[in-house]
Design a protein around this ligand. Sequence first.
Ligand SMILES: Nc1ncnc2c1ncn2[C@@H]1O[C@H](COP(=O)(O)OP(=O)(O)O)[C@@H](O)[C@H]1O
Ligand SMILES: Cc1ncc(C[n+]2csc(CCOP(=O)(O)OP(=O)(O)O)c2C)c(N)n1
Ligand SMILES: [Mg+2]
Length: 314
Amino acid sequence: MRKLSDIGEFGLVDIISEEFEECGGSITRLGEDDCAVLKLNGDYLAITSDLLTRRTHLPDFMSFEDIGWRSVAVNLSDLASVGCKPLWFNLSMALPDLKEREFKNLIRGVRTCLDKYDTCYIGGDLSEGSQIFLSGTAVGRNLYKNPLLRSGSKVGDFVCLTNEIGFSGVCLEYMKNNITLEDEEKQKVFEEFSRPQPRLEQGIEISRDGGHSAIDLSDGLVFSLHQLAEAGDVGFEISMNKIPINRRVLEISERENLDLMSLLRSGEEYELLFTTSNEDLIDKIEAKVIGRVVEEPNVYLDGKKIKKAGFTHF
Ligand SMILES: Nc1ncnc2c1ncn2[C@@H]1O[C@H](COP(=O)(O)OP(=O)(O)O)[C@@H](O)[C@H]1O
Ligand SMILES: Cc1ncc(C[n+]2csc(CCOP(=O)(O)OP(=O)(O)O)c2C)c(N)n1
Ligand SMILES: [Mg+2]
């Protein structure tokens, strides 16, 4: 009998999807987008859940405040990727017997992130547990009746990223392979990892100014390119030299002999990958064009197909 690790995260989502009919009011299908998007009285609402566990998502260098921040940010990033403004947030927690101060710091991190993005805390649940386990749920609304779905890419569109990437990959290399980082580099890498910035402003502008599709990079650039291309039944032609890898990341990679492709697969980054034909939008939000949408399915990097690989659970 197969076990979950033989089936993998996406196989498991398929098993769940087979069990349920399409849901009235939902314009997304189970497993296909970063959020469920629901049409209600002419409005588009988005709802998403993302969870964090100590072993998989929360390295020891993170403070309790960082952990609280991150539990909100990863959920708001999903709302950003469908171009929705966050409204409400709910957090369920299983916790070991922490010190009161640690718990208060965690909650302060939650509050700081919610305040930054003008989102209201509305409830949750608490249980004791052997390890930290935080499951957030966020609800948002699309102001422009143009929720960004993964399926919307059009041939000829520009393929874009909202900002530079790369720190999460360096962080993973540091933790897995113990690469050498100077103190200041280490501090920057840890900070970038601990405080992801959901790209809500850009996501909302992309939706307003006619963006066609979007996804966040939580599973890594390479994986997300494949997911976005597949969902739109199109292909992407990407130029390696256009991918905006942070200058300091490049310096570290060169010095430590890191493989750039593995950095692009690392995941746990929260920039948006999106498609649009609107060059004014790209200029306005200072997005970086990394390639074009083409008819031929698959993802081509400098003309060569790249394998769909990234982080998956189980
Ligand atoms: N337990 C589940 N039940 C139904 N759908 C799920 C479940 N877990 C994941 N999914 C769906 O699979 C897709 C990918 O999930 P996830 O990796 O969490 O998305 P994201 O990377 O955008 O946070 C989403 O559409 C999500 O709703
Ligand atoms: C510092 C660090 N540790 C571990 C990883 C490996 N990793 C890549 S993606 C990922 C989890 C992605 O989060 P997930 O729970 O799939 O988020 P979602 O896609 O649901 O938003 C992990 C642990 C990493 N990239 N960086
Ligand atoms: Mg995932």
